[in-house]
Design a protein. Sequence first.
Length: 252
Amino acid sequence: MADVLRDLGTWTSVTGDEQVSTLHLLAALAGSATPEGAFLRQNRLTSDAVLTIGARCRAEVGGDDAAFARDHAGDADAVFSVPDAPTPDDLTTRTGGRRSATAARIMGHHLPRGNRLNTRLGVARMRWWAVSHTLNYLVTLSAVLLFVDQALGAGPWWLGFCAVLVSIQLSAVPWSVWLTVKVVSLWLAPPPLSWVVLGSIVFELAEFRDKLWMKRVDRAEPGLPSGYFWRAYWREMFAMGMDRMGADRHEN
């Protein structure tokens, strides 16, 4: 432990701090040859991981601890501070197509925009969300194509109506509407296609669960209701429509 304490000055110079904190103690211990240090490294808690996680947490502490303090986020000494995510307005100025700017504006209400998810648990949940989102998209697209193929082929014409029902997402409508639509689509779908519809429902629920969790952490609102997404979606669509109408009137 004497070697650990002797090495603390190195870590304070690396992080730009003037005082020793728990961050430096844990980083020095993780890089030491002690049994405790070996135990931490076996659990993937290396010195770099300690500093990275500590900087991402950015807890409310004194201003002398540059690796943690929020008020040092813009200083040159805060070498481990995490930059803020780009805003939809930034994405608008960097992309030439109107469609990409519109998508960025809408997705800003659905996906995290801050740094609260820059933790090991947050990254894991974001990965699970990406997997469930991809599966939901692929299965839903397959169901829509199968319904359209059946409606244009030998199947009844009303299967094309099922394609519209399956494509309705929970993020755009209230729970009551979404549940009614999915029950109707399951009831109208023939037995082979009903399993595809059921798969899209399961993956959509998994995606929505992780997305709601991420948004609650991002906004620091544990009680954020599930209806936040569809309200934000239609509010943003209305705002974009009004903006576009105002731009058209200005051009005319």
